[in-house]
Write a protein that binds this ligand. Structure first.
Ligand code: SIN
Ligand code: MN
Length: 287
C-alpha cells in the first residue's frame, strides 16, 4: 500500500492518517476470534485492569499466535511506515489493547516517543504506531483522541504516572494539553477522534499527543497496535522486559496482501512460553 502525495502532506500537517474499513470483515474475524484465547492465558504479557481480571493490554502476541504473527508482517500496515521513514522497520512493540466494555480504563494524555526515549533510549522519533480496530470505535467506547499537529512540538515534558491506572505511563500535564488544544483550533478541531467500523486503520506520529477515556459502554473497543521503528533507530537501553520493548532488530519482511485469509508459515517462537531473558529488564546497553 503506497501513500499518495496528498496523504503524505496531510500526515506531515496533522500527525495522523485514518483509513476507514481498510481490512475486510472476514480478515478482522480471523483476528478477533483469537483474542479471547490470548486474553485467557496466564502469561506476563497480559496486563490486567485495576478492577480485576479484565485484560487492559496484551503484549507480543505476534511471538506466540499465528494470526497475529501474520498481521505483524502485513503490507497494509508495514509499507506506509516504510515509505514515510524510507527505511526497513523492526517491531519495537506489539499490543492488543482491550478497552473492554464497562472496565476499560483511561489512557492519559501522552506521546509514545516520550516513553520510547525516556525508558528505552530510542535515539529519534523515527518510530510510530499503526493501529487497527477489531471492534467498531464510536463516541461511547473510549475512542482514541488526538491533538492534530501536536507532533510538531517535538518531545514535551512528561511525568511518570505510576498510580492512575494499572500501567505506568509518561504523561503530559493539563496546562500543556490546554495550550496544545487551543493552538490546534480549540473547540473547532483542537481534539479529534477517528471513529469507524472494525477493520479501520490509523497511522500516527510518535510525537502526536493522544489519550482515550474509559469505556462505560456495553461495547468492547479492542485495538491492535504495531509500534514500528526504523532499524537504524533501534533502542539502546534494555531497561524494560523484552516482551514490552523488543531487542531483536531484524527488518520485517512482509507477507502477501492475502496473508490473513490464506495460510503462510510464520515463526511463533514463544508459543510454549516467554524466554526467561525476555521477562526482565537488563542492565546491558546496546552498542
Ligand atoms: C496507547 O496510547 O498506547 C493506547 C491508547 C488506547 O488504546 O486507547
Ligand atoms: Mn500511546
Amino acid at each position: 500500500m503506497k501513500l499518495t502525495d496528498e496523504e503524505l502532506a496531510r500526515f506531515d500537517r496533522d500527525g495522523y492518517l485514518f483509513f476507514p474499513s481498510l481490512f475486510s470483515p472476514a480478515e478482522i474475524k480471523r483476528l478477533s476470534d483469537e483474542v479471547p484465547g490470548i486474553y485467557a492465558q496466564r502469561r506476563p504479557e497480559n496486563v490486567r485492569e485495576r478492577t480485576g481480571d479484565v485484560v487492559r493490554t496484551n503484549f507480543a502476541a505476534h511471538m506466540y499466535n499465528d494470526m497475529f504473527a501474520r498481521l505483524a508482517r502485513h503490507p497494509r500496515m508495514i509499507e506506509p511506515v516504510e515509505q514515510i521513514f524510507g527505511e526497513k522497520l523492526y517491531m519495537h512493540q506489539f499490543k492488543i489493547n482491550g478497552k473492554m466494555a464497562f472496565d476499560g480504563d483511561v489512557w492519559q494524555w501522552h506521546q509514545d516517543y516520550g516513553t520510547w526515549m525516556n525508558d528505552d533510549a530510542m535515539p529519534a522519533a523515527r518510530a510510530m504506531n499503526v493501529a487497527i480496530f477489531l471492534d467498531e470505535t464510536n463516541a461511547f467506547n473510549g475512542p482514541l483522541m488526538f491533538i492534530p499537529g501536536s507532533h510538531k512540538s517535538g518531545v514535551l515534558a512528561a511525568g511518570h504516572d505510576t498510580s492512575t491506572t494499572s500501567y505506568p505511563l509518561w504523561t503530559i500535564n493539563n496546562d500543556t494539553i490546554s495550550q496544545l488544544v487551543e493552538k490546534a483550533g480549540g473547540r473547532n478541531g483542537g481534539i479529534v477522534s477517528p471513529q469507524g467500523p472494525p477493520g479501520s486503520m490509523i497511522i500516527f506520529h510518535g510525537c502526536l499527543v493522544h489519550a482515550s477515556t474509559s469505556n462505560l459502554s456495553p461495547w468492547n473497543r479492542v485495538n491492535v497496535y504495531l509500534s514500528l521503528c526504523a532499524v537504524s533507530n533501534h533502542i539502546r537501553r534494555f531497561k524494560r522486559p523484552g516482551y514490552i520493548a523488543h531487542r531483536q532488530f531484524d527488518p520485517i519482511a512482509c507477507l502477501p496482501d492475502d496473508c490473513l485469509l490464506k495460510d503462510y508459515p510464520v515463526a511463533t517462537p514463544w508459543k510454549n512460553g516467554t524466554p526467561p531473558e525476555e521477562l526482565t529488564g537488563l542492565l546491558k546497553e546496546a552498542a
